[in-house]
Design a protein around this ligand. Structure first.
Ligand code: SAM
Length: 458
């Protein structure tokens, strides 16, 4: 049993007089494991038929890819799995077919009312990226998502996760919220503030959080949360929706922060507030509140859309090597086969030698720390184009002229960086595991050179 801080126990006793015993008993049970299907890559019915086969565990082969799936009731595409399923070890995980996420953490995005109508969405505290990915799945490649994370190491993980999930319309930044607020006043239709908190709701899953807990830290977190909401307010358009969430039970960080925000921002309505307790649901502790910013009193300055300049887009004719690559590699019917027409407002941006395809209406990003201004297409290197891993992960076999489908067993070899014999024409080839892209290979005279990124090999 985890040793819980005494002040925490006393406070919970007061807050949950009726079911304190049940709450305390939940610490003796193990935590739940869940994943969310990546509907950008496969639909949920397919996922269930592919991974959800019910059979006697003992009869499963050593390399099975079948999970004991049960629905997470508050998130479509969310499923519990058994710890022994270990979905994180499989190449399907590297192919971004699913994202492993604590089940209660799936709650807040459901309140954000994100859709595929072309919204501008900000995820202010986004790493490692579970909620950004849920948002991106709902946006279906439309609109623009800015996923921000203040800490450099965590921002890099966020960027890698967005790449793995095949998200095309996200820009990943590593900025202080006040810098974003200066640049993007009244700019977003939706903002998620999944705030750093004292983490009381995670004590069972992550007992280390207990050692970092103190009443001082709860107060420190509450002050920072108020500051984050003030910044979010500056960036939300009138009529927009703001969701605030934490993984703590502390009223000081939850209801009291909400009350402070409503008091200091009378133009907001609280539309929903929800708590998840581990003794009531199959998941850890979480809190979420949803606010709507009223439309009344919109000033001329508060016009919708990103104010100021747009990023500067290259012309396709400036990117000969990319054009050659796509002629040789992509099917003309692929929506990443770029022509002046098919760009349809999306923008080609060069950062150093890297070329990115940025979402329509991407604002000017100069001066901001940006890890990824959209989908990385590849690098222009001395008159040749080297496609990016991110590009592979956002393509399907139908999108390319050459693909090679590996069995699960062979996919492990590819992930290790091995080369293997192949047939057919020379050139860039999309490597898939059972039809889901894993990366690129380059076929050269009967051998498939492995282009799986060295840093990801295992
Ligand atoms: N939304 C994430 C997800 O679903 O994967 C989890 C976010 S976590 C609860 C909070 C994040 O806020 C952490 O990654 C932390 O580094 C970041 N953070 C810490 N201080 C911050 C600050 N002052 N401004 C913005 N983000 C901050």
């Amino acid at each position: 049993m985890i040793k819980l801080p005494e002040e925490f126990i006393n406070r919970m006793k007061e807050e949950l007089p009726g079911d304190y015993e049940a709450f305390l008993n939940s610490y003796e049970q193990s935590s739940y494991h869940a994943l969310r299907v990546n509907t950008l890559k496969c639909d949920t019915d397919f996922f269930l038929s592919f991974f959800g086969r019910k059979e006697d565990k003992a009869a499963r082969s050593q390399e099975n890819a079948h999970f004991s799936l049960e629905t997470v009731t508050w998130e479509e595409g969310g499923f519990y799995y058994a710890e022994s399923d270990e979905p994180g070890r499989l190449p399907y995980h590297d192919a971004g077919l699913y994202y492993i996420q604590e089940p209660s953490a799936m709650l807040p995005v459901g309140l954000l009312a994100v859709d595929d109508s072309g919204q501008s969405v900000l995820d202010l505290c986004a790493a490692p990226g579970g909620k950004s990915f849920q948002i991106a799945a709902r946006m279906k490649g439309k609109g623009i998502l800015i996923s921000n994370e203040i800490h450099p190491g965590r921002a890099a993980v966020l960027s890698e996760n967005m790449e793995r999930m095949g998200v095309r319309n996200a820009c990943v930044c590593q900025e202080k919220p006040d810098r974003l607020a200066e640049r993007f006043p009244c700019s977003f239709d939706r903002i998620l503030v999944d705030a750093p908190c004292s983490g009381e709701g995670m004590f069972r899953k992550n007992p280390e959080a207990v050692t970092q807990w103190s009443t001082e830290n709860v107060s420190f977190c509450a002050a920072r949360q108020k500051e984050l909401l003030n910044r979010a307010d500056q960036m939300l358009k009138p009529g927009g929706i703001l969701v605030y969430s934490t993984c703590t039970f502390s009223r000081q960080e939850n209801e009291e922060v909400v009350a402070y925000f409503l008091q200091t921002h009378p133009d907001y309505l609280l539309t929903k507030e929800q708590r998840l307790y581990p003794h009531q649901i199959r998941g850890e502790g979480h809190f979420a509140a949803c606010f709507e910013k009223r439309k009344a009193g919109v000033s001329v300055l508060e016009k919708p859309g990103f104010p100021g300049k747009r990023s500067v887009s290259l012309r396709l004719s400036d990117c000969d090597d990319l054009m050659r690559f796509q002629e040789e590699t992509l099917s003309p019917s692929a929506d990443l086969f770029l022509t002046e027409d098919s760009l349809n407002g999306r923008m080609l941006i060069r950062f150093g030698d890297a070329l990115y395809l940025a979402p329509k209406d991407t604002p000017a990003l100069n001066g901001l720390r940006v890890l990824r201004p959209g989908l990385m297409l590849g690098k222009s290197l001395k008159n040749r184009f080297e496609p990016a891993h991110a590009l592979a992960l956002s393509l399907r076999p139908d999108d390319v002229k050459r693909h090679m489908t590996l069995s699960l067993k062979k996919a492990y070899d590819y992930r290790k960086g091995l080369t293997f014999p192949c047939e057919g024409e020379n050139g860039w080839t999309l490597i898939t595991v059972d039809g889901f892209s894993l990366g690129f290979g380059k076929s050269v005279q009967g051998m498939m050179k492995n282009h799986y990124p060295k840093g990801l090999r295992k």
